[in-house]
Design a protein around this ligand. Sequence first.
Ligand SMILES: [Zn+2]
Length: 226
Amino acid sequence: MGVSCEQLRVEELRMRYEELLEDPSVYPTEANWQFICDHRLEGLGHLLMAKYVTSLDRDELDREELHQVAIEQFPNYLQAVDRLYALEVVYEYSQAPDEVIVDLIRRCRLFDAARLLGWLRQDRVWEVMAVLDVYQPEYEPDDLEAMRALSAAIHRLPAEGRVEERRGLFGVGMKYICPNGHVNAPDAEYCSHSGCGLNAQGLTADQVKRLEVLDTRIDALTHLME
Ligand SMILES: [Zn+2]
């Protein structure tokens, strides 16, 4: 395989960036980000994600311009590089708050049913449920299979809440006990305690809605691929 002078120059710069970005105090400039995105430089993903996460972590008043630039540019980077690489960067980064990961998956359309099923098996239910309605740019038959497996696994989540007999002020009656142990009317589908809202499977109404979106999407894809 031949290598052009331009390719060589870019690789040399990529290696230089890799070395520089290892230093936690170094943040790319706007021009650096532009170059990195324009050339879709791979191999820098986790280093760049660390810049993004640490910038977001700073109090807004303490953020300097380069932190702001990192916050703006990292999602562009994820959308510039090859999708498989972007998935690897986001799903395999372990030092970011769940909310940050979920937000990146939503904004950069990094839905990937096979990886989400892996998260579900690791009990990362909240993150999985938060991105079920996210699109991905294109779908292959394997993606549809993975989406079906993901949906089936969620539908099989064990019921941790239950309806049982409880003694109260006015005698004994049936109550819905949510997975967090709150006592509700027996016909309540979702816990009514503020900040809880779980059904017997431990899902909120919003999460169930997103699962419905996924199931509808599976049907639509099935029609298109048949
Ligand atoms: Zn509850």
